[in-house]
Design a protein around this ligand. Structure first.
Ligand code: ADP
Ligand code: MG
Length: 433
């Protein structure tokens, strides 16, 4: 991937957009891009710099994503809709070609990391509730106001907002912006043009001020640690990754969504709409509460992963109505004319609230209330699923429960880094930090 048409190798201190953004450290990567923490010398804040691979198909994908992010930012000038904000975008020339870059507001860890940090035990329901409110707020904005489907909603694509935002509070975050490549870097010494020099001077003065103020804050110390704990904090998060987003009236892909979060109508190819995001939302909410993915289908002897997936759905949610089962372009691959699966004949029926009580040890009332909130969203009939706006009205989101499970996990399990992650990011070949 680290070649012509592929990733752009970034080193700490690298400058982008004529010196405006300086790379600080790597935050993550995806199939198409690497994402770096960068310091914006013009606005004196940290940002996330998403650097796309350079091949023409990746450039096209980046422009697609920029189109959606621009529409999102335009309709959300007060930045309160729980969707990531695009700050800037530009092209960067490197040895592997031209890379589209997106400058995004800097966010914290993904919900997937949150689940991992919590050792796959699930989060307290009060946290799940707060997270659900944010996701639904984001979906309602995308669906109702913009006519955008995300089509790849999952824990990995929902990022926490830092409790102490290092972008807005560089002093307490304990981070001093890096302004140039560390000394002794053999590839250092790039020509610095005049604009870059001016920006650097300004940034240096800002950094000096930060150090001074930090030193004057006696008790805090020179490099205070960010708050790494979710206890007692209102959890907030935002939806990210619009690489697969589409306009409701301009769909192009038939196979959408990540496997485990895929709606039944996508498997059956019976057409889809905004309600596919609602399905993924329900799967995500359950995963947050239990620590485990709701559906993990596997192909087996004589049956496909798709058929197993449909079987798992029916075991938990009841039989798919015959009309729906046989109504898709691919229905014949899985169902006979009675609406029974062709190869997986014996299903073991369960219900969502039994699953929560028996397997995950929820109290009866917690399980019942949570299942009452989620079951309607997991309706096999897409049109019957409530919209994000309707879900936001649900009583479950506006109650708070205090019980054993709740207090237990609040006090011990959730030590989570919401901003400046300490988690060692696995080095990839293109990562040359
Ligand atoms: P891709 O489209 O290549 O999958 P993503 O947009 O999902 O790229 O970003 C890849 C990873 O980079 C994310 O999983 C996350 O770890 C990190 N990341 C992306 N955007 C941000 C952001 N705004 N703030 C902090 N980290 C981010
Ligand atoms: Mg992604």
């Amino acid at each position: 991937s680290y070649r012509k048409g592929g990733y752009h190798a970034v080193r700490v201190g690298d400058a982008f957009a004529g010196g405006r953004y300086i790379a600080q450290r790597k935050l993550g990567w995806g199939q198409f891009s690497t994402v770096w923490l960068a310091y914006d010398t013009r606005s004196s804040i940290y940002v996330a710099l998403k650097i796309q691979k350079s091949g023409p198909q990746f450039a096209q994908a980046a422009l697609h994503e920029i189109e959606f992010l621009s529409a999102i930012a335009k309709g959300d000038t007060s930045n309160c809709r729980c969707v990531v904000q695009l700050v800037d975008h530009f092209k960067h020339a490197g040895p592997n070609g031209q890379h589209w870059c997106m400058v995004l507001e800097f966010l914290g860890d993904s919900l997937l990391r949150l689940i991992r940090y919590n050792r796959y035990k699930g989060l307290a329901l009060n946290k799940v509730r707060e997270i659900c409110k944010c996701i639904l707020t984001g979906l309602d904005y995308l669906h109702r106001e913009l006519g955008i489907m995300h089509t790849d909603l999952k824990p990995e694509n929902i990022l926490l907002c830092s409790a102490i935002d290092p972008a807005k509070d560089p002093i307490r975050s304990g981070m001093t912006p890096i302004l140039e490549r560390p000394e002794g870097n053999p590839n250092g010494g790039v020509t610095i043009n005049i604009i870059e020099k001016k920006l650097k001077q300004r940034a240096r003065r800002a950094v000096a001020r930060i150090s001074e103020r930090r030193a004057s804050m006696g008790g805090v110390g020179a490099h205070p640690k960010p708050d790494r704990c979710l206890d007692g904090i209102d959890v907030r998060c935002k939806v990210v990754d619009f690489g697969n987003a589409c306009w409701a009236d301009k769909q192009f892909a038939e196979e959408i969504q990540t496997r485990q979060y895929r709606a039944p109508e996508v498997i059956l190819q019976s057409g889809y709409s905004f309600s596919v995001d609602m399905w993924s939302f329900a799967c995500t909410a359950l995963e947050l509460a239990t620590g485990e993915m709701l559906f993990t289908p596997k192909g087996g002897q004589g049956f496909s992963e798709d058929e197993d997936h449909l079987a798992l759905m029916m075991e938990l949610l009841g039989k798919i109505p015959r009309k729906i089962a046989i109504g898709g372009a691919r229905s014949k691959d899985y169902f006979d004319r009675h609406g029974d699966l062709k190869r997986i004949r014996r299903l073991k029926y369960w219900t969502l609230d039994r699953l929560l009580v028996d397997k995950y040890k929820f109290s009866d009332s917690d399980a019942r209330e949570f299942a009452e909130f989620l079951c309607p969203i997991l309706d096999f009939v897409p049109e019957k699923r409530p919209t994000a706006q309707q879900c936001l009205q649900h009583p479950w989101l506006n109650t708070k429960n205090i019980n054993q499970k709740e207090s237990k996990s609040e006090s011990s399990a959730e030590k989570v880094d919401v901003g400046m992650s300490n988690l060692k990011i696995k080095d990839e070949p293109w990562h040359r930090q």
